[in-house]
Ligand binder design. Structure first.
Ligand code: ZN
Ligand code: ZN
Length: 391
């Protein structure tokens, strides 16, 4: 689980932040990003004419309080921030949250503890709830036991705030990228004909752990030969064969923050046709990575890669969107897709992942993680984009 960081708990928000913000903070003292995040959410509450927000999505709770457990409810009002969790996390919540929230350890049920917690908050009537994260059973609780309050569905309030990363978050993502790249180099050296995709994924996941990754953002994809044409393939029992495209899509996690990388290699010598298709995807990736900038709409970024691939005759073979934000979740805002008008902002970290998939033949995807900066962008992924032919 451990990474090389000396920080614990809400450490996602410390580390190099202190160096980057040395003027405001004595060197070596981590900057706590949570008060600023809570203040932003309180601004949102005022704009939505709400007295409180009930936060149920765990990544949002982690973002606001630092708590990384798997059982929690959070209530944010103009003055209070109350976190409910259970006995299993009593020690952890103390270490991670500290004074960022008032903590209530509930003996039986979090929802059962919510009503008295809300009842103790003066002046709270209109409460927003995260409609994308409340299942119907819990919505029924709001209507029944919580009937003395007015509940309003809210979408993506905290998620919008999470789209722009601060320096501490970017450091975590950079670490996750570095771990993934170290692991990939080690794993590719072990890919051989006959190794099954699941075994190859295992080799890569072992290397990710060795590199310090605390988890896997999603099950590692290794798709070979014709199976590389499945954009979201599951590693299966197929043995790697000479001449295969081998598509590897995976990531690492550092202090809760994800990387998400794809490389496609050939086992043995690439054919001319493989090289042609690969070069088109690589050029589409390079064009989009070189184009993204502050103010560019998601749809415009998507179009850069899509129009190039279409002009080369493979428009029908690129059926998914260009990319997505990464952070505490491997898929988060902003999206880079055909219908997305949201403009990019400095501090966003997005994937650029064009692909070409030809059923029965194979596919290529090249995915990089890119930070949008005030002056342009910084491609965080450094792993070679040349077509690697594994011996
Ligand atoms: Zn990916
Ligand atoms: Zn991705």
């Amino acid at each position: 689980m451990a990474t090389s960081t000396p920080c614990a708990g809400w450490s996602a928000f410390c580390g190099r932040v202190a160096e980057l913000d040395a003027g405001a903070q004595p060197a070596g003292v981590p900057v706590d990003a949570r008060p600023g995040r809570l203040a932003a959410i309180r601004d949102d509450l005022a704009r939505h004419d709400l007295d409180a927000l009930l936060v149920t999505a765990l990544p949002n709770i982690r973002y606001l309080t630092g708590f990384s457990g798997t059982s929690a409810l959070l209530v944010v009002t103009a003055k209070e921030c109350v976190l409910l969790t259970d006995f299993r996390y009593a020690t952890q919540v103390d270490e991670e949250v500290g004074s960022a929230a008032s903590v209530r350890i509930e003996a039986t049920s979090l929802w059962g503890g919510l009503w008295p917690a809300l009842g103790a908050m003066a002046g709270v009537e209109r409460i927003g709830f995260e409609s994308a994260h409340v299942v119907h059973r819990d919505f029924a609780r709001l209507l029944e036991q919580g009937s003395r309050w007015h509940w309003r569905p809210i979408v993506d309030l905290v998620e919008r705030r999470r789209e722009v990363k601060d320096a501490g978050e970017i450091t975590c993502i950079e670490r996750a990228v570095a771990m993934a790249e170290t692991a990939l180099a080690s794993a590719l050296a072990q890919f051989r004909p006959g190794l099954t995709e699941t075994a190859a994924a295992g080799v890569l996941e072992r290397a990710l752990r060795d590199a310090g990754s605390e988890a896997f953002p999603f099950p590692t994809i290794v798709a070979s030969g014709p199976r590389s044409a499945l954009p979201h393939a599951r590693a299966a029992g197929r043995g790697l064969e000479r001449g295969d495209f081998v598509l590897v899509d995976f990531g690492a996690v550092s202090d809760g923050y994800c990387s998400d990388i794809t490389r496609t290699v050939v086992l043995g010598r690439a054919s001319a046709e493989q090289r042609d298709v690969y070069d088109i995807v690589r050029e589409a990736n390079a064009r989009a990575s070189g184009a993204v900038r502050v103010g560019m709409q998601g749809m415009a970024a998507d179009a850069v890669a899509r129009e190039y691939i279409a002009a080369r005759g493979f428009g029908e073979a690129f059926g998914h969107s260009l990319g997505h934000g990464i952070g505490l979740e491997v898929h988060e805002g902003p999206r880079l897709a055909r219908t997305i008008e949201t403009p990019l902002a400095a501090g966003m970290v997005v994937t650029i992942e064009p692909g070409i998939y030809r059923p029965g033949w194979g596919g290529v995807r090249i995915e990089d993680d890119v930070l949008i900066t005030e002056s342009g962008r910084r491609v965080l992924t450094r792993f070679s984009r040349d077509l690697l032919e594994l011996a």
